[in-house]
Design a protein around this ligand. Sequence first.
Ligand code: PGA
Length: 241
Amino acid sequence: MRNIVIAGNWKMYKTQRESSEFLQGFMPELGQTPEDREVILCTPFTDLGVMSKNLQNSRVQLGAQNIHWEDEGAYTGEISGSMLTEIDVRYVIVGHSERRQYFGETDETVNKRLLAAQRHGLIPILCVGETKEQRDLDQTEAVITKQLTKDLVDVDQQQLVIAYEPIWAIGTGDTCQTDEANQVIGMIRSQLKVADVSIQYGGSVKPNNIDEIMAQPEIDGVLVGGASLEAQSFARIVNYQ
Ligand code: PGA
């Protein structure tokens, strides 16, 4: 069965103090959240320790935003799997378009990071998606097929979440039409070996479009940037109708 997976991606926002303030507003709202929804917060590394303590015995799972492929070593600025698992991180975003665009992430390094995450028992959230230009040239399927083919070499699809994030919809307020997102996600599913991989949509998910997004049959959840930073707004998304 495909799980419903709702994840906030805080990117480079929120200090430890701000992360604790967020939880004060957010946690009380989870009382009405159906049990079958997995709720995840992917925070900056510096927030993970305090978040891990604050989220003990709660239903919210913790996620990181990157992982290095080696278990340890001289890799200034990187983070290892055991550093994450020791503080109860369960998920990690891999291959986000901002990492691909600004930090030289390639399909080869994405693949290595996915394998490292799984080796450490973390569930990776693999992000794929096309640029505006690629979409306009009708290359969406070809671009995503190439990403999936390269990124998923030797990856265990039983321990995987995929996020379809059209790059032109990220942080722009320009959400992909829900039926279009549904169709692309169906196409992604048709390329997987495992039928029940949860596939999220990401890109300008907001309280005012979440109900429509989650009504689509292929969409199993959302990866939320901007709207996950404010407690009431992310609560509305988690508690979609
Ligand atoms: P956004 O970001 O919700 O702010 O568009 C989504 C993401 O980058 O994961």
